[in-house]
Write a protein that binds this ligand. Structure first.
Ligand code: ATP
Length: 619
């Protein structure tokens, strides 16, 4: 069966080369030797309630992997495998955490050019659920492959990856997620791997590529990954409990226990090493299971109480027998490896700003088309608009009622878009981090695409709402008043959306940002001039930062002019400025109010952008 698979693979390679496509099994363009020596990683923790403490997660881990080799990092849950992989992928250091020791790639530290020559497959598949398999890979190809390739060539490359990973059968199926049914877990994992293989990476890091899969599918995935090393790729992966078939595919094993290395070397030598220090399985068993038992402190003849003692013995055995030997090997590798210049061409962005923007816009619209104009949302807006319109139907001429209608519309559109927008960035965070860390696109192209993609939805519904309530509610029947009302409402919608984006991006936590939004919007609403006219001085300034106040002010001045009168008590006509709400808000300085609204429109979006700059940034 293996032979047939290999034959099929060679046939595919030949066919692809014939068609001008690069096989994922082709030679690595810039082979990478990765060397890590005495890597220590500490984080600050909040131990004992509020007292700060420190936790050492990696305690002096060393090793090297050369092109053509596949290393498996094994160990119990919490032993530090993912942390080490993330450190080796150049994605770890953050303020408040300390990484020490040396990690080099062809003798050099991590660089941006390496980042674009490296594939990193996360443990959780971070994929858009509403895209199909082929759309997912196509968009990744369009964003990650160099601008020297045409669109058709990039599409052909995505197709080739699907063929080689056995994804053609489900190419038109949706990825799916927790709420949408989609492809299987194994297929999803292969899509995640395919996204990284598209760029023909010389260094491939995978975090638990087989977790949650049955041993046959896990075996197929690891076989494919092992084949990648034939082209001179360097592969590192974390793996929990491989079957023995998978275990023997690895060239090297790194066994961790509580952040300590207890074994590093050839997989086939691991059992001999542990036998030499007195630990051999009592019955034939999967070597991976045996190694994991040892890393957990469980030897065949040990009792559970002796776990800590056994671990200590294994740590000392590593220091006594393996550590120096490994350091010598590292020096040897260091002498052999040519300190290579980073290849400059990959330092620039793969695609132009415009290409990134248009691909991201298309992808965003495809992914979210099910949300856009969802029946429920349209019904919600229509019902509210008609409800408002009919409530105020025939109120024309009653100043107080008209003010009420205006404030109802201003209030509704100050909250609704803000709450919708708050979800945007916290929900996108993992995707944005994954794609920005791998250098797929500029933040500005992503940000502008996101803003533009939201526009139709953000503008069409309020236009419908305002048109219905304006004419049903009996507001001033002139085209200029209507269009001013509409214009300023749309401006308010965009500001409210900007506030939502900014809060979501700053706080990145849905509960906290919605709570914050409630407080801010409530204070803006109260300061808007409708509910309270005699606000104490020390708190009166809030109105100057309230977009609700400015919007209401422009709305009022679109309906009433200075010197106008209205029917007041006792059948008299009184100046319009005598209405308490109008006197509080004023009919003057309309242009200033519009200018303030434009400033807020820009301000909130700039804040959101700056807050997003920290996502996916590696220090
Ligand atoms: N940011 C963090 N804050 C607090 N603890 C952390 C953090 N990152 C990692 N840890 C801790 O470090 C240890 C190692 O975590 P890591 O995820 O590397 O383990 P692992 O071996 O990959 O586990 P698993 O197999 O369950 O994924 C764990 O005890 C984990 O709780």
């Amino acid at each position: 069966m293996m032979e047939t698979e290999m034959q099929t693979r060679s046939q595919l390679e030949a066919a692809e080369e014939g068609a001008g496509r690069r096989s994922i099994f082709a030679k690595a363009s810039h082979p990478v030797t990765i060397k890590f020596e005495d890597v220590v990683y500490m984080i600050k923790t909040k131990a004992n309630g509020s007292k700060k403490g420190e936790k050492t997660i990696l305690k002096g881990v060393s090793g090297a992997v050369v092109p053509g080799e596949m290393l498996a990092m094994m160990g119990p849950s919490g032993s530090g495998k993912t942390t080490l992989l993330t450190a080796l992928g150049g994605r770890l250091a953050r303020p408040g955490r300390r990484l020490s020791g040396s990690i080099t790639y062809n003798g050099r530290p991590f660089s941006n050019s390496l980042r674009r020559n490296m594939g990193f497959v996360n443990q959780d598949d971070i994929l858009y659920p509403h895209l199909t398999v082929s759309e997912t890979l196509l968009y990744t190809a369009l964003l990650r492959l160099p601008r020297t390739l045409s669109r058709d060539e990039k599409a052909a490359q995505a197709e080739a990856v699907m063929a080689e990973l056995g994804l053609l059968g489900c190419s038109n199926s949706m990825i799916g997620g927790s709420l949408v049914r989609g492809i299987s877990g194994g297929e999803r994992k292969r899509v995640s791997i395919g996204q990284e293989l598209l760029i023909n990476p010389s260094l491939l890091l995978l975090d638990e590529p087989t977790s949650g899969l049955d041993s046959t599918i896990a075996g197929r995935i690891v076989t494919t990954i092992a084949d990648l090393t034939r082209g001179g790729r360097t592969v590192l992966m974390t793996i929990h409990q491989p079957s023995s078939r998978i275990f023997y595919m690895f060239h090297k094993i790194l066994l961790l226990s509580d952040g300590h290395t207890i074994y590093f070397g050839k997989g086939s030598d691991a059992m001999n090493y542990f036998a030499s220090i007195g630990y051999a399985p009592a019955v034939p068993m999967n070597p991976a299971d045996f190694l994991l038992d040892l890393a957990n402190g469980l030897a065949p003849d040990e009792t559970l109480e002796n776990r800590a003692a056994l671990k200590e013995t294994l740590f000392s055995a590593y220091s006594d027998h393996l550590h120096d030997q490994i350091i010598e090997e590292l020096q040897e590798v260091g002498r052999e490896v040519k300190v290579s210049e980073p290849h400059k061409t990959t330092n620039a962005w793969c695609t132009t700003w415009w290409e990134q923007f248009s691909v991201l816009l298309r992808r965003d619209m495809k992914e979210r088309k099910h949300q856009a104009f969802s029946g429920l949302q349209v019904a919600q807006i229509l019902v509210t608009a008609f409800l408002g319109g009919f409530m105020w139907f025939g109120s024309g001429g009653h100043v107080q009622d008209q003010m009420g209608l205006l404030y109802f519309a201003v209030g509704f559109w100050s909250f609704y878009p803000a709450y919708q927008a708050i979800f945007t960035f916290p929900q996108e965070r993992t995707m944005l981090t994954k794609e920005r860390v791998s250098g797929m696109y500029r933040l500005s192209s992503y940000y502008v695409a996101r803003m533009v993609g939201d526009l139709p939805m953000e503008l069409i519904l309020p236009i419908v709402f305002i048109t219905i309530t304006y004419w049903l509610g009996g507001l001033k029947r002139t085209a200029s008043s209507f269009f001013i009302t509409l214009f300023v409402m749309l401006l308010e919608v965009l500001i409210a959306q900007g506030l939502g984006f900014a809060l979501g991006a700053l706080v990145m936590d849905l509960k906290a940002s919605t709570t914050l939004a409630s407080v801010i919007l409530l204070s803006f609403m109260l300061a808007g001039g409708f509910f309270v006219q005699h606000v104490p001085r020390f708190i009166a300034w809030i109105k100057y930062i309230s977009y609700i106040y400015y919007t209401f002010k422009v709305q009022i001045s679109s309906q009433f002019s200075p010197g106008e009168t209205y029917q007041c008590s006792g059948g008299h006509r009184c100046p319009i400025e005598d209405v308490p709400m109008i006197s509080a808000v004023g009919l003057d300085h309309r242009s200033l109010a519009v200018a303030a609204l434009f400033m807020m429109l820009i301000f909130f979006r700039v804040v959101a952008y700056v807050a997003l700059m920290r996502i996916g940034r590696i220090k």
